[in-house]
Design a protein around this ligand. Structure first.
Ligand SMILES: Cc1cc2nc3c(=O)[nH]c(=O)nc-3n(C[C@H](O)[C@H](O)[C@H](O)COP(=O)(O)O)c2cc1C
Length: 323
């Protein structure tokens, strides 16, 4: 059992967060995390319209009576989704917490505040964390270079990023990127965080709504089997290495432009990987922590294993080496 101020502020039993995940953050997974005492987030943009998000929130409520939240990822786009409408659904639905990511959340904070929705802002640098804290967010999720998805362009891994952020952040902070087991949770606490956020590890659980081939690939893959795409475009993303990711890196590395890879990286292709289990159909997101994943447990087994193991580690090995 590990309790921190994160649990008090966000009203959960364990300081373990399931971050937003496009095509994965659906009611089945988020409710399972909530039922196991963690903080799960539905992913707003996985739902085609704001009205569908309202339905998904209702579906999640049918599966759990524990608190859960919604992730709102704001990314640069030529034709942006109706962010304000998704935001309003989040506020009107009465979910207690939102995970903002991808961009400065300033524009949306007044509405969240007025609706009593707590904001956990996910970012990849100390300077952005400090800025979000100054804007008045309730918590920070600091995402290191190890993470799946967008690690930013600074390439600072968690071992330095987490304590650097902890030195400047006074609101509750969870460490993200590369976490998957009890050792990670204890390390995050030692580095000054109040808990952990996980993405990749939750994809390899029974309840994650993705094809079993994807889960088995996360078990089989090592820590060297991810790839950083879009580096030359200043929009780096860490993804599972496959035929498509390698082709994208080769085209962009050879001076190609986004237009040259647009079709290869289409979200619809990535979605098909998760649905059909054909791992080379498109780009799909995974982090370095896949090298530590050895099985596909239920969410409850996973969370119990992490918190029980963390307690044992603190009382056992760490106490014994403290002399
Ligand atoms: C399949 C997948 C999809 C993701 N999609 C999103 C997303 O839409 N929005 C977001 O903020 N983060 C997204 N992430 C990042 C996670 O929320 C989390 O920050 C990240 O996975 C942490 O690193 P880890 O994978 O090492 O645990 C995604 C991660 C994965 C694995």
């Amino acid at each position: 059992m590990v309790r921190t101020r994160f649990c008090e502020v966000f009203g959960v039993e364990h300081p373990i967060v399931q971050g937003g995940m496009q095509w994965v953050g659906r009611a089945e997974l988020t409710a399972a995390v909530a039922n196991a005492g963690g903080l799960g987030f539905l992913t707003a943009l996985t739902q085609p319209t704001p009205a569908d998000l309202a339905k998904e929130i209702a579906r999640c409520r049918d599966l759990t009576d524990k608190p859960f939240g919604v992730n709102l990822t704001i990314l640069p786009s030529i034709t942006p989704p109706p962010y304000a409408q998704y935001r309003d659904v989040i506020v009107e639905s009465g979910v207690p917490v939102v995970e903002t990511a991808g961009f400065n959340p300033a524009e949306h904070l007044p509405a969240f505040r007025a609706g009593g929705v707590k904001v956990l802002h996910k970012c990849t640098s100390v300077r952005h964390a400090v800025k979000a804290q100054a804007l008045g967010v309730d918590g920070i999720s600091i995402d290191g270079f190890e993470c799946a998805g967008h690690p930013g362009e600074d390439d600072v891994p968690g071992l330095v990023l987490i304590p650097a952020a902890a030195g400047r952040i006074t609101v509750p902070m969870v460490a993200s990127g590369g976490f998957g087991d009890a050792r990670g949770l204890v390390a995050a606490l030692a580095l000054g965080a109040d808990g952990i956020n996980m993405g990749t590890r939750f994809v390899a659980t029974v309840e994650a709504p993705v094809h079993d081939n994807v889960k088995q690939q996360l078990v089989a893959a090592g820590e060297r089997d991810t790839e950083l795409i879009f580096r030359t475009l200043g929009n780096t993303a860490r993804v599972a290495r496959n035929a498509v990711s390698t082709e994208v890196v080769s085209i962009l590395g050879g001076g190609g432009r986004f237009e040259d890879v647009r079709e290869l990286v289409a979200g619809t292709r990535g979605r098909k990987v998760l649905e059909t289990g054909d791992l080379d159909l498109g780009i799909w997101t995974a982090g370095l922590v896949q090298g530590l994943i050895e099985d596909v447990p239920t969410v409850a087994e996973l969370i119990d294993r992490i918190v029980t193991g963390a307690g044992q580690l603190i009382r056992g090995r760490l106490t014994s080496v403290a002399g």
